[in-house]
Ligand binder design. Sequence first.
Ligand SMILES: Nc1nc(=O)c2c([nH]1)NC[C@@H]1CN(c3ccc(C(=O)N[C@@H](CCC(=O)O)C(=O)O)cc3)C=[N+]21
Length: 292
Amino acid sequence: MNTSIETQLIDGKAFAEKMTKEVAAQVAELQQTTGVTPGLAVILVGNDPASEVYVRNKTKQTHKVGMRSFMHLLPETTTQQELLTLIQRLNNDPDIHGILVQLPLPKHLDSDPIIQAILPEKDVDGLTAYNAGKLTLGHTDGFIPCTPLGCLLLLQQELSNLRGLNALVIGASNLMGKPMAQLLLNQGCTVTIAHIDTRNTEELARQADILIVATGCKELVKGSWVKKGAVIIDVGINRITTEENKVKLVGDVAFHETLGIASKITPVPGGVGPVTISCLLYNALSAAKKKK
Ligand SMILES: Nc1nc(=O)c2c([nH]1)NC[C@@H]1CN(c3ccc(C(=O)N[C@@H](CCC(=O)O)C(=O)O)cc3)C=[N+]21
């Protein structure tokens, strides 16, 4: 029998608004009790239009919760040494509690040494070896990368217990896929990671109770890949031009094909994206609290 089920949308925007309000309240409380205002530095190199949108969004939200935002918009021609020098300066600046280097960096820059130069206690993106190691060891006092943290919080809201569920993470980046898999493992999921060289992704997907997709390939996951009743978290943000010449955002999942098959799915936009920013603010708040 091939009965269709009702697919619920996971409202990331509403979740993010609630979380952002909570962060704002805690920022106010921290200021009152300690006089400390959390400060977040964001570094953007070059002019990728999508990155500019995110960074502008981050600045707006940072101000909205009462934090200070220190924006560093650097030209495409910035050298490795200039970037390292800036990070040293931000590491030593007591007004700055969190540092985020927007990725990807232009090709002539070697991003790993730049990321690793960030002091672990200011690494609100959770990308230094120290914080990545903490996550791997199951420690809960390190910084967790914002997007995977947001995906986990959404999953926990939707499914009270993740223990024993089959989770497939498609995409194995340091920013998303790897920390996501680790978080799900820590929650008791049976975790599989599929990536560019995986031969049977489709078959693996059909066994997944939880499907998390972060590949940068628009609408890669088809309806036929989805197990009935699965929960889908779509991390992709791809800009396409429609037949009517309009720019539209689509995810890494063929959204409409999953309706009637998945039990829940995050839309794009309005799903994971807004929650990522709330998690960044949450991490910046934690960084400022630890300093006190
Ligand atoms: N070091 C680093 N850390 C990051 O966390 C990081 C990064 N680099 N590089 C790029 C990705 C992407 N990212 C997003 C943030 C907000 C939205 C967001 O607000 N999205 C809205 C609308 C987006 C739009 O209109 O373009 C939505 O999905 O509803 C999306 C994506 C953070 N990233």
